[in-house]
Design a protein around this ligand. Structure first.
Ligand code: B12
Ligand code: SF4
Length: 501
């Protein structure tokens, strides 16, 4: 089969600051499909905006589109366009995994793949080639004779070492500009699944509560290939729980040393408790190039942490920060504001905590009910959605009615959080070269070298949020607001769902 895989472009702040990473999900699908004898092309519309207009669609038998929640409409728009040429369209990713019926009801997508798609997608391609039908393929949803069919769930890949490395050769790697401390960086995934099942996150439902991890050897094989073949010396580990197993981190460090791979720097996500409880592990991480850790700090308020089901405590947050600092590892602190019962004062307490702890980077997000989360189910049941304009599910725009904070106040609070954290004299004097530079394309964003970088980035960020905030203003003016609103011409291209029996 000839297969085209598409990563839709984002049109929000993430694309403005060019936070584009090679889309590993479809790169894994491509690698597996290719091993299975199929021909694959990847198009990343974040990078090559006009790529689709330059492609001869007739060549392809199947088109696969990936999407997250904010890009869902864009993914549908692409599907609608391609459908005109009669191609079979498969869609996958977090959003559609949990809203398969809604997606299929648009009529623009033929098959939804639920969960991790490597094996499932290969099964689809093989069955199309051999004409064996879709009935026996677990993990897919589709429509037959106007009837919605959801096959049984598929088991996600159990031995991740057996997966081929993502097909990076099919992506224009040089066009991705992310860096770590100025060094061009490559992204990897080393584990999947999450045992914690937090209230606002769908990871445990998506990948299961069993943590499946690649071996240290297999990870370093990939890093070595990335270093030798492409020259990468910086790595970003994008799995949710890179530090879940202390044992694996020690093996990873030993493996790096064994292969003389100590001239590298790297970054990973980590839970606060895994850091707070394992100082020896952190020391070892620092010895083998750990440059920064992204910490899910979430909130300073115990009741909010409880509601988020995070299973961490304030003393662990402080402990984790202190340990990382002791070993010279930078911190990217992530905070989620807008718990149902939170007050403005509680939010500011979290922001002040962030200021006091002064991580290199702080990210403030609004609590968002992404499909697949317990939060989503509760908000639906309690009729708390302000709107379902998926483009605004980017953690910067309010999406739910809170008990003590209005949508407009929530929007203002997120801006205020960033302003308070970044635009302050103490931050200037502490760090003449702000860390915003990270992840920014070199050269093009010269302004990020400047001492005014926080102000420039903040202005850009604020404008971005205001651009689409008509929905929020309407919500605030009306007090309560539920119906989706047309907020731009772009919206008119969104297909109207058709009813399925
Ligand atoms: C890197 C990353 C980013 C990067 C780049 C995103 C990118 N396109 O690569 C940046 C920083 C830009 C980003 C931003 C955001 N992100 Co993000 N991000 C991730 C992260 C950490 C890794 C993505 C990845 O490479 N995964 C590894 C690959 C192997 O998995 P995958 O992409 O899911 O693909 C598999 C399956 O989904 C499926 N599949 C996927 N597509 C397709 C297509 C077909 C045809 C088929 C058959 C199968 C299939 O098969 C793949 C292989 O198994 C994930 C968390 C995670 N661990 O996955 C969050 C995640 C994707 N992000 C998320 C969110 C919420 C956001 C933000 C909204 C908010 C925020 N503050 O982070 C923004 C919005 C971005 C936007 N589009 O506007 C959520 C998405 C939830 C949702 N319902 O959409 C995730 C899942 C985190 C989470 N647990 O909540 N993100
Ligand atoms: S927030 Fe982190 S720890 Fe919690 S379920 Fe999601 S990935 Fe797991």
């Amino acid at each position: 089969m000839n297969v085209l895989l598409i990563n839709p472009g984002a049109s929000n702040i993430y694309s403005k600051v060019e936070a584009n990473l090679p889309p590993l999900g479809i790169a894994y699908l491509a690698a597996v499909a290719r091993e299975g004898g199929h021909h694959v092309k990847i198009v990343d519309l974040n990078i090559d905006k006009r790529a689709l207009t330059e492609i001869n669609l007739n060549y392809f038998d199947v088109v696969g589109i990936t999407t997250d929640t904010p890009r869902y409409y864009e993914a549908l728009r692409i599907a609608k366009e391609i459908k005109k040429s009669g191609k079979l369209i498969v869609m996958g990713g977090y959003h559609v995994t949990f809203l398969d019926e809604e997606v299929l009801s648009t009529g623009y997508v033929d098959i939804v793949v639920r969960g991790e798609g490597e094996e499932i997608f290969l099964n689809i391609l093989n069955s199309l080639e051999n004409n064996t039908g879709l009935k026996n393929i677990p993990g897919i949803s589709y429509i037959v004779d106007n009837k919605f069919i959801r096959n049984d769930d598929a088991l996600p890949p159990q031995n991740l070492d057996k997966l081929p490395f993502p097909a990076r050769d099919l992506m224009p790697l040089r066009k991705y500009k992310t860096t770590l401390n100025g060094v061009p960086s490559a992204n990897l995934i080393t584990s999947r699944g999450c045992p914690y099942n937090c209230y606002f996150c769908a990871s445990s439902k998506f990948g299961g509560i069993k943590w499946r991890a690649r071996s240290a050897k297999n990870i370093v094989d990939e890093m070595e290939m990335l270093r030798n073949q492409y020259g990468y010396r910086a790595f970003e580990f994008l799995d949710d729980n890179f530090t879940l197993s202390k044992k694996r981190i020690f093996e990873f460090a030993d493996e790096l040393e064994k292969r003389n791979m100590t001239d590298i720097i790297w970054w990973c996500f980590a839970r606060v408790d895994t850091i707070a409880k394992n100082e020896a592990m952190v020391k070892r991480m620092a010895e083998v190039g750990a440059y920064r850790v992204f910490l899910g700090l979430e909130s300073v308020n115990a009741s909010v942490l409880d509601n988020y089901g995070k299973g961490i405590e304030n003393n662990q947050q402080i402990e984790a920060i202190n340990i990382l600092r002791k070993y010279g590892i930078g911190i990217h602190g992530s905070f989620i504001i807008g718990d149902m019962n939170e007050t403005k004062e509680m939010v500011m307490k979290t922001v002040n905590f962030a200021k006091k702890m002064n991580p290199q980077l702080a990210q403030f997000s609004l609590l968002v009910p992404f499909p697949g989360t317990q939060l989503y189910d509760d908000m639906k049941k309690e009729n708390k959605f302000l709107h379902k304009d998926w483009r605004l599910f980017d953690a910067l725009h309010p999406t739910i009615k809170l008990n003590n904070i209005s949508p407009l106040e929530a929007q203002k609070l997120i801006i205020k959080s960033y302003r308070k954290f970044y635009v302050s004299f103490s931050r200037f004097s502490h760090r003449p070269k702000p860390y915003f530079k990270e992840g920014m394309p070199k050269g093009k964003f010269k302004m990020f070298d400047s001492i005014f970088a926080p102000i420039i980035l903040f202005m850009q960020f604020r404008n971005e949020m205001r651009r689409n905030s008509k929905v929020i203003r309407n919500a605030a003016n009306k007090g309560i607001y539920i119906e989706p609103q047309i907020i731009s011409d772009e919206e008119k291209t969104i297909p109207v769902p058709v009813k399925i029996k």
